[in-house]
Design a protein around this ligand. Structure first.
Ligand SMILES: *Cc1c(COP(=O)(O)O)cnc(C)c1O
Length: 310
């Protein structure tokens, strides 16, 4: 609302390719208010092809370009996005909700030097309270402040502001960089183990904390696997895959992430066991005894990694 008028054109990643509801889905305010056009990931590589982004931007001439995603496991070429946006006179908006902690921990590329405005949640890899922040070039600060208040919000939530301060202080510590590095090491190890077991990972691996597993070749869908894993004490999220043939509530993919297990102290060597449990649970999805056995093993394993501070 600080940068656009209703009806203005915005370029964002297609939602079933890893984008977020707030990047133009028709049921979301973003899709209702703005005219979203979309780029996609390359169907061969599962990665964003910047030549394709440039081509669409030149054709569509959007007022704003959005990058930063919910289910994309690869590094993002921020500087290239900025170049493309400058070429068509578009604002640049980075939504780093998922990867902010990995960026703050110095483990992934940072859009802040390049982009006009960067927003993030504080409750994902940044490991703070549920909430959000907006960062921007100084020249946009006033108009963004005005949009927040009186534009959209009432009084400030001081208790959340205080807990954000605690989270930012933690993120400044050297240990947080170690944490961010370990999150990525664990994700790479988990992806490698799953691929070793024959699972297809979108883009064949990960550069960050997450991966999307294509379950279609296993004869199960993402919702089914989410429910099976819940039964054995493993939390994961159903996810669309690029060009998903299945409907959104029964998508083909499963999204797995390593931030929480890394906080509990799990390392690369623990990922094999987790991958094996995921595989065993899927293979024994109709065998209650076997699922209960896996659940007990998962529980015993987790007790070796107590929650910090508990
Ligand atoms: C999670 C997320 C958000 C914010 O969603 P919440 O429901 O507030 O957690 C915004 N953008 C992206 C890309 C996200 O992944």
């Amino acid at each position: 609302m600080s940068f656009l008028k209703p009806g203005d054109k915005v370029l964002g990643l297609k939602l079933d390719h890893g984008g977020h509801l707030s990047h133009g889905h028709p049921v979301n305010f973003s899709g209702m208010l703005y005219d979203f056009v979309q780029y996609e990931v390359d169907s061969e590589t599962g990665r964003i092809n910047m030549d394709m982004v440039a081509e669409i931007a030149e054709k569509e001439k959007p007022k704003m370009i959005v990058a930063g995603y919910s289910a994309y496991s690869r590094e993002i070429e921020w500087e290239k996005f900025k170049e493309i946006a400058d070429g068509v006179g578009a604002f640049t908006f980075a939504d780093i909700a998922h990867t902010a902690g990995l960026i703050a921990g110095g483990q992934m590329d940072n859009p802040v030097p390049f982009f006009d405005v960067v927003s993030t949640t504080t409750h994902k890899t940044l490991r703070g309270p549920r909430g959000a922040i907006i960062m921007c070039k100084e020249k946009f600060a006033k108009q963004i402040d005005r949009t927040v208040f009186p534009g959209m919000q009432g009084g400030p939530h001081e208790h959340i502001i205080a807990s954000k301060a605690v989270a930012f202080k933690e993120a400044l510590k050297p240990e947080f960089a170690d944490y961010a590095a370990q999150v990525i090491k664990n994700a790479k190890a988990l992806a490698a183990e799953l691929m070793h077991l024959g699972y297809k990972i979108i883009s064949d691996g990960t550069d960050n904390h997450l991966m999307v597993v294509d379950m279609a070749s296993r004869g199960v869908d993402g919702r089914e696997v989410e429910e099976i894993l819940d039964k054995v004490g493993i939390s994961a999220s159903r996810s669309t895959i690029p060009n998903d043939p299945n409907p959104p509530m029964r998508p083909s993919g499963l999204r797995l992430g390593t931030p929480a297990i890394t906080t509990r102290g799990m390392e690369e060597s623990d990922m094999k066991e987790i991958a094996d449990w995921i595989d065993a649970a899927i293979k024994n999805k109709d065998n209650k005894n076997e699922l209960n056995k896996i659940k007990e093993e998962v529980k015993e394993f987790c007790l070796r990694f107590p929650m910090p501070g508990v």
